[in-house]
Structure formats: C-alpha cells, structure tokens
Design a protein around this ligand. Structure first.
Ligand code: GLU
Length: 305
C-alpha cells in the first residue's frame, strides 16, 4: 500500500504547478502551492502517508461536512432539512443567485456557502464562543484529539473581507433561515472554516464515514448509519463544487474539498483518504489532489459508482 501511495505522490505532485493557491481570503495566499500530502486510513486501523500529510491547514469547505455531522447529531435530520435541501446546484460554492430565483426559498444543499451558513446557525449555544467551543469538542472526539486549533489569522482575514458571504447571510435572514444575529452566525461559520486539520485527520474522518459512523480507533459509533449515509450521498452529488459530476466519473467515490487545499474522501467499508494540496483549479479543487485521487482510484479499484 505504501508503495502505491509513494508512486501516486510522485506523479500527482507534478500537478501542483497547474493550480494557484486561493487568494480571495488574503491569509490563504501565503500557503506554499508546491506542497502535497496524502494520507490513507484503512479499515484495519493502519495509517499510510506521504509528503506533507501531517501539515495542518484550514479545512474551509470541508468544515461543512463536519458541521453537518455535528448539527445532525444535536438537532436531527428534520430540523436541518427544513432549512436546507439535498440537491446539487451546478453553481460555484459562493453563488447567491438561486436563493432568490428558486421557488424553494432555501439553499439547495448544506455544502454551498448559503446552506453551510444555515447549518452553522443551527449550532446550539448562547454565544458564538460557546457554539464554536461545543462544536470543537465534538470534533476533538471525532478525530480522537485533545483539542482543536483554529487558525486565528485565516479566521480574521476571512472575517475582514467576506462581503459576499455577508450578502448571502443577510439574504438568509430575510428568508427567516437564520435566527438571531447574522454577524454571530457568520462568526461561527468563519471560525469553523479556519479549523486546522491535517491530511491524516481527514483520512480518519473519512474512514469513520466509510464504516457507517463507526470509529475503529476509539471503538465506538460516532454517527448513526443514516447520518453517515446522508453525508456521503451529499458528498457524492455536491462535494467537489461545480466539478462534482466530473469527479464522480473520473474518481467515483464520495469526497469533499476545501479552498485551503484539502480533500476528504471515503470508500465504503475500506478506507478514508485525506489530501493536502493548496494549489487549486478554477473551481477551487486541489489540482494535485484530484490527480492523486484519480490515480489511487484506478490503482486500488476504489470506484463505488
Ligand atoms: N471559507 C470559505 C468561504 O466561505 C470556504 C469556501 C470553500 O472552501 O469552498 O468562502
């Protein structure tokens, strides 16, 4: 397994030069676009990794999976999907257009920004601090760590520049999909996006999803199988932004990417995969990460679609 991962790394790392690090959040432009880290957590509890797999980076949109998992456990499926749909959009992650034009008057899914901001608004707690603390507690349990670190620079950088996300959030307020203060909900959202994980952490999370919510390291059920199924289905249809269809054809496994360069992927009953490669294509997906997953899927026959 390690040999395959090493070979895939050697080939995929060449693709870092075809991408660019995100710069619309100013602090992200400081990432090193030439980096690539790959990690694999297998059902029998082994971890394989290569490159910058231990390097921590901000999870960004991958936090939308984490927050959905959390809110499903604390609020339940009915409450969540009363406010957000389960349908792909084909639009970029930060699109606002369908909020106004769709008759449904709620975001299409929890993985576009509009849907994720609604989900952040469902986190329980009296203040943004308390909400994020309780969320981080859930995450610490999830990856078996003592504490979860938030990158204060990236958080502040996004908070200071997020005009479009503010516009989306105010629109959601008008649709009565956000209770309480808009800025408080955005604060929770920006902080969850700046949670630091490594590719190894992502692989462990992916493995838990692969095993229908069972964590083999901690030997306990973290999510009920239906919650894991909801998350994996949405990852399949909406996880790779407006490149989700092509990813399904080329790689064929549920995955979720973030503009920090991460991709978390899951292969039913077999493994979780984590990628860090901050050079992105025009849709916001890691160029080297996409190539690595495509090669791994072929080499190990991972395709489930
Ligand atoms: N914090 C980012 C934003 O809201 C996350 C986007 C992403 O990773 O797709 O713009």
């Amino acid at each position: 397994m390690q040999n395959i991962l090493d070979q895939v790394y050697e080939q995929a790392v060449q693709y870092t030069r075809f991408g660019k690090v995100a710069d619309y959040i100013p602090a992200l432009s400081l990432c090193d676009g030439s980096q690539l880290g790959l990690a694999m957590a297998t059902k029998d509890g082994q971890i394989f990794s290569v490159g910058q797999a231990e390097q921590r980076f901000t999870v960004q949109s991958i936090s939308k999976v984490l927050s959905l998992a959390y809110v499903l456990t604390v609020s339940g499926e009915d409450e969540v999907f009363a406010r957000v749909g389960k349908e792909p959009t084909g639009d970029p992650f930060n699109s606002i257009i369908r909020l106004e034009t769709s008759a449904r008057r709620k975001p299409f899914n929890p993985f576009i920004n509009a849907g994720a901001i609604v989900v952040s608004g469902l986190m329980p707690g009296a203040t943004p601090n308390e909400r994020i603390e309780r969320f981080c507690h859930f995450l610490a349990d999830l990856v078996g760590q003592d504490n979860i670190v938030i990158d204060a620079t990236v958080y502040q950088s996004e908070k200071a520049t997020a005009a479009r996300n503010r516009a989306i959030a105010w629109f959601l307020k008008e649709l009565q999909l956000i209770d309480g203060e808009v800025e408080d909900t955005l604060d929770v959202y920006f902080r969850q996006c700046a949670v630091l994980f490594s590719a190894v952490d992502l692989a462990k999370f992916g493995l838990m999803l692969a095993l229908d919510g069972w964590d083999p390291c901690q030997k306990r059920q973290i999510l009920i199988p239906r919650q894991a199924r909801i998350i994996k289905s949405l990852m399949t249809t909406c996880g790779m932004y407006d490149g989700s269809g092509e990813f399904a054809v080329e790689v064929g496994i549920p995955a979720k990417s973030g503009v920090g360069g991460g991709i978390m992927a899951t292969v039913r009953d077999r493994m979780g995969l984590g990628v860090y490669g901050p050079a992105l294509d025009e849709r916001g997906n890691s160029t080297a990460g996409l190539e690595a997953l495509r090669r791994l899927s072929n080499a190990l026959d991972l395709r489930v679609l």
